[in-house]
Design a protein around this ligand. Structure first.
Ligand SMILES: Cc1cc2nc3c(=O)[nH]c(=O)nc-3n(C[C@H](O)[C@H](O)[C@H](O)COP(=O)(O)O)c2cc1C
Length: 224
């Protein structure tokens, strides 16, 4: 069992995303998985130019030679990949979007329809299960609506959406216990995904726990 995080935050190691992703990988590793963390902002990934060479001329192979050669191998050799990003303008960051565009060689050009939604079919290569992990700087869950819609096409096995995300790296001793409690649920989710590829209702419930009231959070982030 191999679990890989692709972190699309430009803040990489210093990101709130990394705090949550690390907890997820910690749980997966404790359950016996081989784990890997990749910061996409440190990789050389050219933009997809939409030529469809990877479908029609050289199926599965992109025209670009860059870090995506290695990253695509890591994607396809993973059992679970976690696509992790902060919310930027109600959606994923440009780093993660660029990476996801470059996953198009794993698709094929024939169109499939399900419930009125049209999609490209997956290639015959076995694909990993997908976990979506995101944190938003604002309170409330409306900031994730656009991303949830976009990520639906990835058929995620688990989605972790953390509002009040700027608390993840707090050093405030009065807030830390709640953050730790939340991160314990994230680790549990990592362990359960690595062992049974799904998450229990109890863990799912914990993943949506409140860490702080909206009023207190607004005051907290307004302090700067
Ligand atoms: C360019 C930009 C756009 C952002 N857009 C949103 C947004 O639409 N909604 C939101 O809740 N937070 C937004 N944020 C705040 C980030 O989601 C927040 O700071 C997050 O905790 C950063 O996570 P990271 O440390 O993992 O990069 C934005 C931040 C930046 C820099």
């Amino acid at each position: 069992m191999k679990v890989t995080v692709f972190n699309g935050s430009p803040r990489a190691e210093n990101s709130n995303t990394h705090v949550i992703a690390s907890a997820f990988l910690k749980g997966a590793e404790a359950a016996g998985a081989e784990v890997q963390n990749i910061f996409l902002s440190e990789k050389n990934i050219k933009h997809c130019i939409g030529c469809f060479t990877c479908w029609h001329k050289t199926p599965g192979k992109c025209i670009h030679r860059d870090d995506m050669d290695e990253l695509l191998e890591i994607v396809l050799s993973s059992d679970i990949i976690c696509l992790a990003t902060p919310v930027y303008l109600w959606n994923m960051t440009a780093h993660l979007k660029n990476f996801m565009d470059r996953l198009i060689p794993t698709k094929r050009h024939n169109v499939v329809e399900e419930d009125g939604h049209y999609e490209m079919s997956n290639s015959e290569i076995p694909r990993p299960k997908i976990v979506i992990l995101s944190n938003a700087g604002f309170p409330g869950d409306n900031n994730f609506e656009t991303m949830k819609m976009v990520m639906r096409s990835m058929e995620p096995a688990l989605e972790i959406y953390r509002n009040c995300g700027m608390l993840m790296r707090t050093k405030d001793a009065t807030i830390l216990p709640k953050v730790s409690e939340y991160l314990e649920y994230v680790s549990k989710a990592g362990a359960e995904m690595a062992s049974v590829k799904s998450v229990s209702p109890e863990t799912l419930n914990g993943l949506s726990m409140d860490i702080m009231s909206t009023g207190d959070y607004v005051a907290y982030i307004s302090r700067g």
